[in-house]
Design a protein around this ligand. Structure first.
Ligand code: 6PG
Length: 245
């Protein structure tokens, strides 16, 4: 599956254009389906995007009453823990937009992990497919909290899983590939030259007939709406033809 690659010279332009894309597609989804269900990513890369969406000029373009926020993954910590993806999203976005907080569906990382995963799977079962799944990519090619060589990569059924991270917090709760790949749009947001070699490897696996080994290369939405938003640094080792339309 060839991704639609949106590449921008600078990190600033990456965030500006990704935010504009989100505003447009959130509006389209709300218009076409009456709501917009988005799974947020954690880590550091998406935080500037969340901060940008919360600024008045873009915030005012979104009908937040129709937005439901989910989380692609969460660390097995309570929501006040600095490692919490929910806490990061609250500080950068949720606390600054007029969203109905009953439409913010965090993963309950304070519960026993299996219980949190089962609870979230139950929630997702009532919500239907995501409109947008926002994902990041770690330097090892992981996405959400799906890590290379993780047993969860073989699980073609589980909508939410408990996984083990090689870095602390070691226990994670993550949407599974079935959930992510049933989203109408999958957006992979990657910035910086430090991820360039791995992103090129992921690209190669996406285009290969061989089974992928990197979780980020397993993001293959059934809709084929796979959108990579990258800056020039992250794209610097992609083959030249990758960026040609
Ligand atoms: C998490 C994220 C994770 C993240 C990557 C990239 O819980 O950490 O969901 O998948 O997207 O680790 O992290 P950075 O954006 O900080 O490089």
């Amino acid at each position: 599956m060839r991704p639609h690659i949106h590449c921008f010279d600078t990190h600033h332009d990456l965030i500006e254009n990704t935010a504009a894309w989100f505003v447009e597609h959130m509006a389209n989804s709300s218009r076409d389906r009456g709501s917009c269900h988005i799974a947020l990513a954690g880590g550091g890369t998406p935080k500037p995007l969340y901060l940008r969406l919360a600024k008045p000029d873009l915030r005012s373009q979104v009908d937040w009453s129709r937005v439901h926020l989910f989380f692609g993954d969460e660390r097995h910590v309570d929501p006040q823990n600095p490692a919490s993806n929910y806490l990061m999203a609250r500080a950068a976005l949720i606390d600054h937009v007029p969203i109905n907080l009953t439409h913010v569906h965090r993963i309950h990382g304070e519960l026993p992990a299996d219980e949190a995963a089962a609870q979230y799977a139950g929630l997702l079962a009532t919500e239907g497919p995501l409109d947008i799944a926002l994902c990041g990519m770690g330097g090892d090619g992981h996405t959400a909290s799906l890590f290379p060589e993780g047993p969860e990569l073989e699980d073609t059924q589980a909508t939410v899983l408990v996984t083990r991270s090689p870095v602390s917090p070691f226990t994670r709760i993550s949407m599974g590939l079935p959930t992510l790949n049933q989203a109408r749009y999958v957006v992979l947001l990657v910035s910086g030259e430090g991820k360039a070699q791995r992103l090129a490897e992921v690209y190669g696996q996406l285009l290969s007939d061989d089974a992928p080994t990197l979780p980020a290369a397993m993001l293959r939405p059934e809709s084929h709406q796979l959108h990579w938003f990258v800056d020039a640094g992250a794209a610097s080792q992609l083959p030249p033809d990758a960026l040609q339309g």
